[in-house]
Design a protein around this ligand. Structure first.
Ligand code: NAD
Length: 680
C-alpha cells in the first residue's frame, strides 16, 4: 500500500523489507514506484528510511551478490528511480551505505539528518560500487572528493566538507518536510534537463585528477585490483552516463571473481566465526563492568585505554608510585593527543579518564570483575603476582595473563582457582591492534572463556580461541616463518632480498625489518633459554646470535640486520652482516645460490602452512580459518591474500604436498611435516 501525504508518495524502504508474501524489498519498492507513476495526483516520491533503509543489507536482502550478476535487479531499481517521470527525493534518517547510498545518489535530490553518515566500503571487500556509485558520486561532489571517499572506504558525516554537493538539505527535524520542499522546487517538465547533469564533468580535468590519485597509490594498494578498478570506473564518469554505467558494471563483474575480492569477503566471515566458542564450550558470560590491569607499562596502559574507551571502569595497579606515575602519564598523553588532533571530543576523553583509578593499593582489586596482568615476561614474577591477585581478587573474578609465551597453566597454579584463569594475549599497541588470543588453560572454565570472548567483542577486538601451547597460534606460526627465512639466508639470500619479496607481496614489513624493530635481544634471550633443550642435530641458524654478541640489537642500537642512520634504514646489509651470513652458509657446507623471488615467497608461505596444519592437528587452533584471522589481524599478512590457510586452499594439492615434503627434507632433523588434510 502506497502512503500518500499532501500529494506526495512516501515509500518506506525499511518497511518494505518486513512485508511478507515472499517478495523482497526491491520488488516492493518497484511496485510502489509504479503506483506513484500511474496515480496522476501524485507530484513526487519520497524514498524514506526509518533508520536502516539506506543501509546496504536492507536493499540487498532479496538478492545475494552472486545472484545480482545474473539478475541485476538492484540496478533495475536504480534505473526505475532515475527514469521516474516524477521527482524522487531520498529522505535519510539513519546512515546511508553501499547500494542504499547508490539508490540515494540516483534520486533527484537528497535530504538527511545532521546525524547521518555515509559510506562506500566496497574497496574493503575488494570491489567497487556496482550500481552507479562511481558514476553519480563524482558528478555530485567532484572527482577528487569522490575518490577520497571511494578509495578510503570510510564513513563520513553528512556534514563533512567532502560531502558538499551530496545533500540538497541537511536538517535537524522532519526529513519528509525537507523532502517535500525539494519536490516543490522541481517540476516534472524540467526533470529530463536536471538529470542530464551527467555531461557536467570536464574530461581533461577528470583524467588529470585520476592520474594524480593513481600515482599516489602505495605498494599495498597497487597489489589490490579494486584500487585500479575504482580509478578506471571513476575515470568513466567523464563519459555519458550510460557508457559510464556500462564500464562500471564490467569492472565490478571482473573484480567479483578475483582472488582478492574472495579473500576480503572470506575474512570478515572468518572473524565473526572466530569470536564464537565451539558448541562444547557454550556458557553464559560473567558480567564485567570493572577490570583491573596490573602493570602500567606499554601493554597495561594500552589495555586500560581499550577498556576505558569501551565504557568500562579500570583500576590500574603498579608495583610502586614511580611506575604508576609513568603509566598514568601514558594514558593521559594518549587522550591529550587524541583531543589535540581532533580525533576525540574533549568531553569523551574526560569521561574515559574519569573512569580510571590508578593505585598501588592491591586491596582495590576487590572491585574488579576481571583482572588482566601485564607485568614483566618472567614466570617467577608472574607467579608472585598471581598469588597476590588470588589473595585480593573477589571470588568469581576472571583472572587473565597477557603473557606472550609463558605456560598459562604454570601461572594458574599460583592460585587456588585455576578454573578462573586464562591467557588474554593482546597485541601492541593494545588499544589499536584488533587481535586478541584467548588462551584456554587446562582448567579454564567454559564461562571464563565466554566472559573473555564477550569482553574481546566489547573492546572491539577480534578474539580467537587458542590452546595453551608455546607461542599460542600467532607466535608459533611467526616463529616457523622466521626460521624458514633464516634458512633462506644460509641458502644464499640476503636479508634485504627476503624482506623485499615479502613486502612486495604485501606484508607491511619483512621478517628482518620486524626483527630489528622489535629488538634482536628478545629472540636472543629466548634462544639462550631454549639452548639446553635444543638437539644439536637440528638445523639452527646462529646469525642473530652473532649479531647480538656484537651489540647489534636492532633499531634501538642503530644496527641489527641493517644499519640505521638518524633512525632511517640503510637499504642493504653491511659487510659485517654479510660475512656472518656467508660464514653460516660455509659452516653448514652450503654453496650459496641466488634464490628466485618466487621461491622465497613460496617457502615463507609453506612454512606457515605447515605450522598451521600442525596447530590444527594438535588442537591449539580449533578452526583452520582462525589461523588466517590471527595472521591477518596480528602479523601483517596481507588481507587480500586471505591468510596462509586461504592461500593453501588455492594451491594445486599435489604440488603443495611435494613442496611441503621438500621443505621438511631441507630443514632436516627434528622438523615435523604436517598432514595437510586437516587444512584443505
Ligand atoms: P613493560 O616493561 O612495558 O611493562 C611492565 C610493567 O609491569 C612495568 O610498568 C612494571 O613496573 C610493571 N610491574 C612489574 N612487576 C610488577 C608487579 N609485581 N606488580 C605490579 N606491576 C609490576 O612490559 P610490556 O611490554 O607492557 O609487557 C607486559 C606483558 O605483556 C609481558 O608479559 C609481555 O610479554 C606481554 N606482551 C608484550 C607485548 C609487547 O609488544 N610489548 C605484546 C604482547 C604481550
Amino acid at each position: 500500500m502506497l502512503l500518500i501525504q499532501d500529494n506526495i508518495a512516501i515509500i518506506n524502504l525499511s518497511a518494505a523489507v518486513t512485508i511478507p508474501e515472499g517478495l523482497g524489498p526491491r520488488r516492493q519498492i518497484m511496485a510502489q514506484l509504479h503506483s506513484a507513476q500511474v496515480n496522476e495526483w501524485i507530484q513526487g516520491v519520497v524514498l524514506l528510511d526509518d533508520g536502516t533503509g539506506f543501509e546496504v543489507d536492507v536493499l540487498a536482502a532479496d538478492n545475494t551478490m552472486a545472484a545480482s550478476l545474473s539478475a541485476p535487479e538492484f540496478r533495475e531499481l536504480v534505473a526505475a528511480v532515475r527514469s521516474h517521470p516524477k521527482p524522487v527525493v531520498a529522505a535519510i534518517v539513519g546512515d546511508a551505505s553501499g547500494c542504499g547510498l547508490e539508490l540515494a545518489l540516483a534520486c533527484d535530490a537528497r535530504v538527511a539528518l545532521v546525524s547521518t553518515s555515509v559510506e562506500f566500503s566496497d574497496i574493503r571487500m575488494g570491489l567497487i560500487p556496482g550500481a552507479g556509485g562511481t558514476q553519480y558520486l563524482p558528478r555530485l561532489i567532484g572527482v577528487h572528493a569522490a575518490l577520497g571517499m571511494l578509495l578510503q572506504g570510510k564513513a563520513l558525516r553528512a556534514t563533512d566538507t567532502v560531502c558538499v554537493g551530496l545533500f540538497d538539505e541537511i536538517c535537524e527535524g522532519d526529513v519528509i518536510d525537507a523532502a517535500a520542499r525539494q519536490i516543490a522546487k522541481m517540476t516534472a517538465a524540467e526533470l529530463p534537463e536536471r538529470r542530464k547533469r551527467e555531461n557536467d564533468l570536464d574530461p581533461v580535468k577528470v583524467q588529470i585528477c585520476i592520474e594524480e590519485h593513481r600515482s599516489k597509490l602505495n605498494t599495498r594498494q597497487k597489489l589490490q585490483p579494486a584500487f585500479q578498478g575504482m580509478l578506471d570506473a571513476v575515470a568513466a564518469s567523464a563519459l555519458p552516463l550510460v557508457e559510464g554505467l556500462g564500464i562500471e558494471q564490467k569492472i565490478f563483474e571482473n573484480l567479483i571473481s578475483t582472488k582478492a575480492a574472495r579473500a576480503l569477503q572470506y575474512l570478515p566471515q572468518a572473524e565473526h566465526k572466530a569470536s564464537e566458542l565451539p558448541a562444547a564450550l557454550h556458557a553464559t558470560a560473567r558480567p564485567v563492568e570493572t577490570i583491573a590491569v596490573i602493570g602500567a607499562g606499554t601493554m597495561g596502559a594500552g589495555i586500560a585505554i581499550a577498556a576505558l574507551e569501551a565504557g568500562l571502569t579500570v583500576v590500574l595497579l603498579e608495583q610502586n608510585e614511580e611506575a604508576l606515575r609513568r603509566g598514568q602519564a601514558r594514558v593521559a598523553e594518549h587522550y591529550r593527543e587524541r583531543v589535540h588532533t581532533g580525533k576525540m571530543k574533549a568531553a569523551r576523553a574526560a569521561s574515559c579518564e574519569s573512569r580510571l583509578l590508578a593505585s598501588i593499593d592491591w586491596t582495590q582489586l576487590k572491585m574488579a570483575d576481571m583482572v588482566i596482568e601485564a607485568v614483566f615476561e618472567d614466570l617467577g614474577v608472574k607467579q608472585d603476582v598471581f598469588a597476590k591477585i588470588d589473595a585480593y581478587a573477589r571470588s568469581g573474578a576472571v583472572l587473565a595473563t597477557n603473557t606472550s609465551y609463558l605456560d598459562v597453566d604454570a601461572i594458574a597454579q599460583a592460585t587456588v582457582r585455576p578454573h578462573d584463569v586464562l591467557g588474554l594475549h593482546f597485541f601492541s599497541p593494545a588499544n589499536v591492534m584488533k587481535l586478541l588470543e584467548v588462551v584456554r588453560g587446562s582448567d579454564t572454565a567454559a564461562d571464563v572463556l565466554a566472559t573473555a570472548m564477550a569482553l574481546g567483542v566489547r573492546l572491539q577486538k577480534v578474539p580467537v580461541l587458542c590452546g595453551n601451547a608455546f607461542g599460542f597460534i600467532g607466535n608459533r606460526i611467526y616463529n616457523a616463518y622466521r626460521r624458514q627465512c633464516e634458512f633462506m639466508l644460509e641458502d644464499g639470500a640476503w636479508p634485504e632480498e627476503v624482506d623485499a619479496v615479502l613486502t612486495g607481496m604485501g606484508f607491511a614489513m619483512g621478517p628482518f625489518e620486524v626483527a630489528d624493530l622489535s629488538g634482536l635481544d628478545i629472540a636472543w634471550s629466548m634462544r639462550k633459554a631454549q639452548a639446553k633443550k635444543r638437539d644439536p642435530r637440528e638445523r639452527y641458524v646462529n646469525i642473530l646470535d652473532k649479531l647480538c654478541e656484537q651489540g647489534r640489537l636492532g633499531r634501538k642500537t642503530n644496527a641489527g640486520y641493517y644499519l640505521y642512520i638518524d633512525g632511517k634504514k640503510v637499504a642493504t646489509t653491511d659487510l659485517q652482516v654479510r660475512s656472518h651470513i656467508a660464514q653460516a652458509s660455509a659452516d653448514r657446507g652450503i654453496v650459496r645460490r641466488t634464490l628466485p623471488p618466487a621461491e622465497v615467497q613460496r617457502r615463507a608461505l609453506l612454512a606457515m602452512v605447515n605450522e598451521a596444519a600442525l596447530l590444527l592437528a594438535e588442537g591449539v587452533a580449533s578452526r583452520a580459518e582462525d589461523i588466517d584471522v590471527v595472521m591477518t589481524q596480528g602479523y601483517g599478512f596481507p588481507r587480500w591474500e586471505g591468510g596462509p590457510v586461504f592461500w593453501a586452499r588455492q594451491q594445486d594439492r599435489k604440488q603443495l604436498e611435494e613442496d611441503l615434503a621438500q621443505l621438511s627434507r631441507d630443514a632436516g632433523f627434528g622438523y615435523i611435516l604436517c598432514n595437510i588434510d586437516v587444512l584443505l
